[in-house]
Design a protein around this ligand. Sequence first.
Ligand SMILES: Cc1cc2nc3c(=O)[nH]c(=O)nc-3n(C[C@H](O)[C@H](O)[C@H](O)COP(=O)(O)O)c2cc1C
Length: 368
Amino acid sequence: MSDPLHTQLCEQLGIEYPVVAFTHCKDVAVAVINAGGFAVLGEAMHPPEHIRADIKWIRERIGDKKFGMDLVLPASVPEEKTVEELLAMIPQESRDYEQMIKAKYNVPEPKEAPNTHTWGGLDQKRALAQMEVMFEEKVPVFASGLGSPQFLLDRAHAQGMQVWGLVGTPEQAKKQIDAGVDCIIAQGFDAAGHTGQIGTLSIVPQVVDLAQEKNIPVLAAGGITHGRHLAAVLALGAAGVWTGTLWLASRESDVKQGLKERILECETKDAVFSDCVSGYTMRTTISPWHREWRKPEAPPVLKAPLQMMLAADYIQASLDHERKDLMFEAAGQGVHYVTAMKPARQVLSDLIEETLDVFDRLCGGDDD
Ligand SMILES: Cc1cc2nc3c(=O)[nH]c(=O)nc-3n(C[C@H](O)[C@H](O)[C@H](O)COP(=O)(O)O)c2cc1C
């Protein structure tokens, strides 16, 4: 039997293992790449010059190896409005409810103005400036979760860059395949972060079928935290996995210690799907913020980016004061299998070992 772990993705990227880490932490990205996997750094909230500095930092540590960056495409971000204009759009009823939550759980003031306020300021001009950095730096892989990639594909391809599209439905996948993306990430309901309603087991084979004609590799995303998951999605036709939750509690991860402990404690039922954080449906670990917005007396959740701006003080305060009882983080249903704080290199090697065990179990005794 040929090596089931040596897939089209490995060929396309020159990597050893078909495992992609999505992370906001540069140290995790470098550790995974240097251990034979691949990593994509999410920097949608960062100013362009910060992104450029991070690209340089990564390149200094991985040499000629490839890496990726993930941003929100300019076509998908809200129209330019000042933070003050957006804050003024938040109804008093929502403000009062937020104040009630803060009083009830003794939420302190944040130490600094919340970064999450910048979400409201994430305007088309800024997103375009972020994209320019991608082109100027010829980032090997550009990935994005929202919008249509058409306008950037020709330019990216002319520079030798790959463009990857993250989708949650077969319809979105078809659009991206027709547009000519180089890889599709099929993200299921199990996933951390903003996610659609179709389960990983259902979306992956459907997207594989759609991508087959153009020979585009498909990565499975959502709930993948064990080698049995990796083996299963390879069986579904995926060329690899795109993983987020798996790395949150790794030694290199810059997630706060208390939050790492929360993640280790969380069971699948604690990774809840709600729009109360950002106004879009999103899976995160559960917190008092979530419990309060579930109640019948809660006001309607606001549209993005207003709900995120409303949640900003709570989120920032929980992190600034490391309040384990308040903090939450995007996490997928596979959080059940994240049970130890290991170096990222070991997270990867354990995942591979577990996968090989599956193949041994299924195909053992056949030495041909
Ligand atoms: C902490 C965290 C933050 C995330 N933020 C983003 C993001 O900014 N952009 C994005 O495209 N996906 C984001 N995701 C989703 C990942 O890209 C990925 O699809 C998801 O983590 C896969 O599901 P899993 O966590 O079950 O492995 C995030 C995931 C996590 C865990």
